[in-house]
Write a protein of this length. Sequence first.
Length: 386
Amino acid sequence: MPAPTLIPPPLSLYVHIPWCVRKCPYCDFNSHGQKGALPVDAYVDALIADLEQDLPLVWGRTVHSVFFGGGTPSLFPPEAIGRILDAAAARLRFAPNAEVTLETNPGTAEHGRFDGYRAAGVNRLSFGIQSFDDGCLARLGRIHDAAQAEQAVRLAQAAGFDNINLDLMYALPGQDVAMAERDLARALALEPAHISHYQLTLEPNTLFFAKPPPGIPEDDAAWAMQERCQAQLAAHGYAQYETSAYARDGRQCAHNLNYWRYGDYLGIGAGAHGKLSTGSDGRILRRWKQKHPAAYLRDAATDARIGGDEAVAPAARPFEYMLNALRLVEGFDLGDFEVRTGLSREAIAAPLAKAVVAGYIRQDGARVVPTEHGRRFANDAMTLFL
Ligand SMILES: C[S@@+](CC[C@H](N)C(=O)[O-])C[C@H]1O[C@@H](n2cnc3c(N)ncnc32)[C@H](O)[C@@H]1O
Ligand code: SF4
């Protein structure tokens, strides 16, 4: 049987803004505490130069979503975000109604800015709330309190944003199940379209990893928080569609769904990663950019901006595909696996059979759906596909 043809999947654009007011002690993202005024104009120029040079990788393709992530993109004024979007729209074809998300730290929300972001073309905001408990927020080193977080979300809603995500974390130092539920209740009271509910993880290279704060809940307590919160979310009409993502009807995050379905994305900005399928020749390229903002700013107009290029070998694709597919409540179709990896479904038949026996997935014809057990122990399930 001939190998299936790899068909380029939907394309997204990721734009990384690598600064924050202050670095949070649990955070492993490529983000740097701000020292003095940010080089906003120079960085926007660098992003445009970076995009310009990557264009040949995506000729003729349509962009379905844009995501400004960080770091803290809301440190950039609306004019800067608008200049980036205008430059992108002048060089790439955008789908009508493309989702355009901006990550926002409530501590950077200034009155009037939200109107500007909307005018610039942003149609979705994602707020890093983490908790509504002032003690928890202080222990997390956040720059805002609960009242400021609520105020920021309300300001955004008053400016007309109706597609809002709130990031919450649970299993926080000093948190019990009732506190996690109270955090969620306050988030729900703001009626966002979407909630991301992440378990706090101790990431290597963070202060929390080097010196874990006291009072981090045990695994069983963390699991109880997840179960109770999931039920509370369901009761309020937020369906879980990925391990940490919950949405009202039709409000799933198109950008993240594209990642999780092994879609393509162009990544611009310091440390940004991209994944691009190059169609007829069946190649998949991963490209990442220089990580440090100073190096990126210096090199953005040349090939030196590229931190690395790597072709994804066919043998590595099943694991890459499953890494995300096993987090999706909807699971995936074997036909999608074939067109997105360029491999025959036979390539994963044996590990899939093992995953069924282990209770990680259910298979109904060509449809593969992870069980709750499979999503909870996704890391173990994934090793079958290595
Ligand atoms: C780039 S930040 C969001 C925007 C902004 N930087 C902020 O924090 O307000 C992305 C999200 O990842 C989550 N996150 C970061 N570090 C985490 C960790 N160690 N464990 C779990 N979630 C984490 C937080 O919920 C955070 O809001
Ligand atoms: S959690 Fe957000 S604000 Fe805190 S350091 Fe990470 S990216 Fe910056």
